[in-house]
Write a protein that binds this ligand. Structure first.
Ligand code: ADP
Ligand code: ZN
Length: 708
């Protein structure tokens, strides 16, 4: 059996060996047993049911919660030469009948379905008349009412156990906690399933958390070493998402916003572009989440603090699904703590619920202020013990300096207390530093005994200290939500001198910026760049032809291996991990040509135009685009005009023109009969008012629109 599995792995998927527990899982299911698979994102869950599906007789039925996830998997299988289809609401009745017919003729090996569709009585009886190889229930945590992805339709999947007692079922999830696990077993009737629990460590992710000083500047510093990489930037509010996306585009990093306030078509469009294009940054609220199966997300950056470690783990986990180096980066500051604590105080819900949320937030804060290995701390929270520090997080690589903050902390607490427990950090720091300003005088605080006692520390050091006091629960935020600080019960031992306090010393911003670039996840070296881009360009061209995202043609890891092992014949190409028989046949030759340098990659035109469209859609002006692509503005206009003529972009995406001016230009072109006048014929009329390139663009758009 395992020999056959191994053969399928190599022939169909192009991989040499199974990872982690894949082989054991596949053996179990192929032999007809049930399985519960808990594996982190990127662990390789799909193969766990796809290989048994190919080993067993009959149709494999895969339940998946989102159309996007299904389409992605079906496209991937299709490229591998496996007959798979997704039945969903976007298909017409005719198409659905056609699929049913092909299933009856046994032409289809794998059927993807949403749960609500599977449990329709008609569907169930249709399936009962067929040979079923297995049921796979993906994202099985959706059955849990406690998780944030609860889908009531999942509850009905339990009946499969009774309706199809002979058919093996495999449930898979990347959500690890005990409670969810037990719920899956109970609700899906998986009591007899063997459990396969993997480590939840994501070794390829580098974790870094920096104190927030000038977040945008820090973000740019982080991104500067990652130009051309795809990533996600999470922010708390919609407004901030819009602002940051605009800011990044202005700075030459193509970025799109994503949040629940955008029209759903626009959201879907942005998501699609994120999947299909390379090097795009999605700036998003947490509304951008499940369904992001893009494997080559190279970084996840947080400009605001997540509410819990569960959320942090899940959000950062969207980076590096392909197993290649990826970064999780976060800037975190006192304002985050204050804001989240206030939101919690003001939230609805009973006391017990609030206490749970409070604990979760405290655990998140503890990770931020952690002085030991971040990965050890993170995994420990999920009950997993990592023996040694990981060597792959900021604390491990940069080291953490601590200092004895006992005395200054007492001064800070006393400043809070003596001023009546209602002032914010700004004023408290002024007080400690002895700043004799208007506010100080108005409140009479220059007479307090703590006034000016803290001159030994800088303003930044005081702010860091206050942040850590709040993060550790030694001081609290006022309940009214004005950001004033109060003492909390737990600070008494410190005030009484019974305990000492060791705090983290924040790195200077320059230091942390330097450190973050040295850990950059650069995949390819400078001298490999050109060929890498050529391979990516070919992949993109093929992807466009086939109407699939580039990673469906070949994942980055496969391209990287081609780049390094430089196959020069088809048999050598077949050795590359990720090159199965079908892909070898379809694409082997084309990639060999690029590798031999024979074919000048389609880079020049296709690529540049592609990038140009991304930049224009991201809101950049032609001048900014010219700057970014390092070509003349004239060139940008001419490429924009081509893109407009080919209807790859709309006029308002390409140019930002005042409405009346645009109308005037259009009128000028449409004045005569028949053929549009040439640009030279109208250019005088607009001389000095717009760049000639604008006229070319408007003309091209008119031409495309009216097919003139
Ligand atoms: P998950 O669903 O657990 O997040 P996937 O099934 O999408 O993970 O797999 C993640 C990536 O790892 C995919 O690109 C997949 O092709 C690759 N992969 C899975 N198993 C193997 C293997 N045994 N060898 C090489 N690559 C693998
Ligand atoms: Zn570490």
């Amino acid at each position: 059996m395992l020999e056959n599995a191994q053969r399928i792995l190599k022939d169909v998927f192009g991989y040499d060996s199974f990872r982690g527990r894949q082989a054991a899982i596949i053996e179990r299911v192929a032999n007809g047993g049930d399985a519960l698979v808990l594996m982190p994102t990127g662990g390789g869950k799909s193969l766990c049911f796809q290989v048994p599906a190919l080993l067993r007789e009959g149709l494999a039925v895969v339940v998946s919660p989102l159309i996007a996830l299904m389409d992605d998997q079906v496209a991937t299988l299709d490229e591998l030469g496996v007959a798979a289809v997704a039945l969903n609401s976007t298909l017409s009745a005719d198409q659905q009948r056609d699929i049913a017919e092909r299933i009856r003729r046994r032409e289809i090996k794998m059927l993807y379905l949403a749960p609500e569709r599977l449990v329709q009585p008609r569907m169930l009886s249709f399936l009962q008349r067929l040979d079923i190889a297995l049921f796979a229930i993906d994202e099985a945590h959706c059955v849990s009412q406690w998780g944030h992805d609860f889908r009531p339709e999942y509850l009905q999947l339990g009946q499969l156990a009774e309706l199809f007692p002979e058919v093996p079922r495999i449930a898979l999830t990347a959500t690890a906690d005990m409670r969810t696990r037990e719920e899956i077993i109970e609700r899906l009737h998986l009591q007899r399933a063997e459990r396969f629990l993997s480590s939840f460590d994501r070794p390829n992710i580098f974790y870094r958390i920096v104190p927030k000083e000038q977040p945008r500047k820090q973000l740019l510093g982080f991104l500067s070493a990652r130009k051309g990489d795809a990533g996600i930037v999470y922010c708390l509010s919609r407004k901030k998402v819009d602002e940051v996306a605009a800011f990044l585009s202005e700075q030459g990093f193509p970025a799109l916003p994503y949040h629940a306030g955008l029209p759903s078509e626009l959201r879907a469009y942005h998501q699609k572009r994120f999947l299909n294009e390379e090097g795009l940054i999605m700036v998003a609220t947490i509304a951008f989440g499940m369904g992001i199966d893009k494997p080559n997300v190279r970084f996840v950056a947080h400009l605001d603090l997540p509410k819990s470690l569960e959320a942090y783990y899940q959000e950062t986990g969207r980076a590096g699904r392909d197993g290649l180096p990826a970064d999780a980066w976060m800037a975190y500051g006192l304002q985050d703590v204050l804001l989240l604590k206030q939101m919690l105080n003001n939230s609805e819900g009973d006391e017990r619920h609030k206490r749970v949320e409070q604990h979760k937030l405290d655990a998140m804060l503890a990770l931020c202020e952690e002085t030991r290995c971040r990965r050890q701390a993170l995994l420990a929270y999920f009950d997993e013990i990592l023996d040694k520090p990981c060597g792959h997080c900021d604390n491990c690589t940069d080291g953490v300096q601590t200092w004895d903050a006992t005395e200054p902390a007492r001064q800070a607490l006393s400043a809070i207390y003596r001023s009546g427990q209602r002032y914010g950090v700004g004023h408290l720091v002024d007080m400690l530093l002895g700043r004799d300003n208007e506010r100080m005088r108005k409140e009479g605080h220059q007479h307090l005994s703590v006034f000016g006692v803290g001159k030994a520390l800088s303003e930044g050091e005081w702010r860091s200290l206050f942040r850590q006091l709040v993060a550790r629960g030694l001081a609290d935020v006022d309940l009214e939500g004005y950001g004033g600080l109060r003492l909390s019960e737990s600070c008494r031992p410190l005030l009484r001198g019974e305990v000492n306090l060791q705090l983290r010393r924040d790195l200077k911003p320059q230091q942390s910026a330097k450190a973050s670039s040295s850990a950059a996840s650069q995949l390819v070296r400078g001298d490999e760049r050109e060929q890498w881009e050529a391979l990516r360009a070919l992949r993109r061209k093929l992807a466009e032809e086939h109407g699939v995202p580039p990673y469906v043609i070949f994942p980055d890891a496969t391209l990287l291996e081609m780049l390094r092992s430089k196959p020069s014949t088809l048999p050598e190409m077949a050795q590359v991990s990720g090159v199965g028989a079908r892909k070898l046949e379809r694409y082997g030759e084309a990639f060999l040509q690029v590798l031999s340098g024979g074919e000048e990659a389609p880079r020049a035109v296709v690529d540049l135009r592609h990038e140009l469209i991304s930049l224009a859609c991201a809101g950049m002006t032609p001048a900014q685009i010219a700057n970014q692509l390092q070509c003349s503005q004239k060139n940008v206009y001419s490429m924009l005009a081509d893109a407009l003529a080919a209807q790859q972009i709309s006029l308002d995406q390409a140019l930002d023109l005042p409405e009346d001016l645009l109308l005037e230009i259009q009128d000028a072109f449409l004045d005569g009969e028949g053929e549009l006048p040439a640009v030279s014929e109208v250019s005088e009329q607009f001389a000095k008012r717009v760049d000639e390139g604008v006229l070319y663009c408007v003309r091209a758009a008119l031409q495309a629109e009216f097919q003139l």
